[in-house]
Design a binder for this molecule. Structure first.
Ligand SMILES: [Zn+2]
Length: 280
């Protein structure tokens, strides 16, 4: 079973030191949209989509304030669709999309895979389909799900996974894929765990934004710290889940490779490890 690590879109705002924690203050930051493509016996599973073709065609739909603040760069060549085609597959091969959450930078590619089932933690779907006034700018359903996605809602009540609640989805596949709820950033935000050989990958979405947030002691560049606090729908839950992730990294870091959606260093590291495993 092969797993590919893609970046499906990027952000390049000024202020690299305050966003990435390295480089200069005036330099442009590097913020990726880390997505997974899992090859299974029954087609592809895509974990998060990043930005999609419609975002590349019409970046204005992402909203003026978001564009001004984060300088998103949705481009056709970096969409999941184009990168999956470059791997030799086609859109119809993507049978399942698993969303950490439905923010515009994680679900923009949904219209590129209209036949795929879209797996979401139930509270996130409810929040996205009936957004509060405050949440309306983060979910742009009119643009991203006017094709009527084939939603598959999942609730908790599943198994315990390294001390976290989890629910196994896609039981018919040879790939083991679990939702591991990590709410706080959004109402139904979830991590996605994928069995990878003897160990696990845990895609943490936006449960944290910088790799040093899950080290002990934690740290985070100022702008990312501010942005997370502003975006969080439940700050206490977000902080408590980060503490649980730190504990996971401390105690099971050898079994679980943890990464978030937007840290370019974690993407590079994951790609290097995947290349090493493929060559072995
Ligand atoms: Zn995000």
């Amino acid at each position: 079973m092969r797993i590919h690590h893609l970046s499906c879109g990027s952000f390049c705002p000024h202020g690299r030191r305050l966003i990435n924690g390295d480089g200069g203050l005036l330099e442009r930051a590097s913020v990726v949209c880390h997505c997974l493509v899992v090859e299974t016996d029954d087609g592809l599973v895509l974990v998060d989509t990043g930005f999609g073709m419609e975002d590349a065609r019409n970046p204005r739909q992402l909203g003026a304030a978001f564009r001004l603040l984060m300088d998103p760069r949705p481009e056709a060549a970096t969409t999941a669709l184009k990168q999956i085609e470059a791997l030799g597959f086609e859109a119809g091969d993507v049978k399942h999309i698993v969303a950490t959450h439905l923010d515009l930078d994680h679900a923009g590619g949904l219209p590129d895979f209209p036949e795929a089932e879209v797996h979401v933690f139930a509270p996130e779907l409810a929040a996205a389909l009936h957004p509060t006034l405050r949440a309306r700018t983060r979910y742009i359903g009119g643009a991203h799900w006017k094709h009527s996605p084939r939603w598959v809602e999942h609730d908790t009540g599943g198994d315990e996974w390294f001390g976290f609640e989890s629910v196994r989805i896609l039981p018919g596949l040879d790939a083991e894929v679990l939702l591991v709820p990590l709410v706080g950033h959004s109402r139904g935000h979830t991590g996605v765990a994928v069995k990878n050989g003897d160990g696990w990958l845990l895609h943490c979405g936006d449960a944290y934004f910088n790799r040093k947030e899950v080290t002990t002691p934690p740290s985070c560049p100022a702008v990312m710290r501010f942005f997370q606090a502003v975006m969080a729908i439940d700050g206490a839950a977000r902080r408590s889940n980060q503490e649980r992730l730190r504990e996971l990294v401390r105690t099971h870091g050898d079994e679980v490779t943890t990464f978030c959606a937007h840290d370019p260093h974690q993407l590079e590291l994951a790609r290097a490890r995947a290349a090493e495993a493929a060559a072995a």
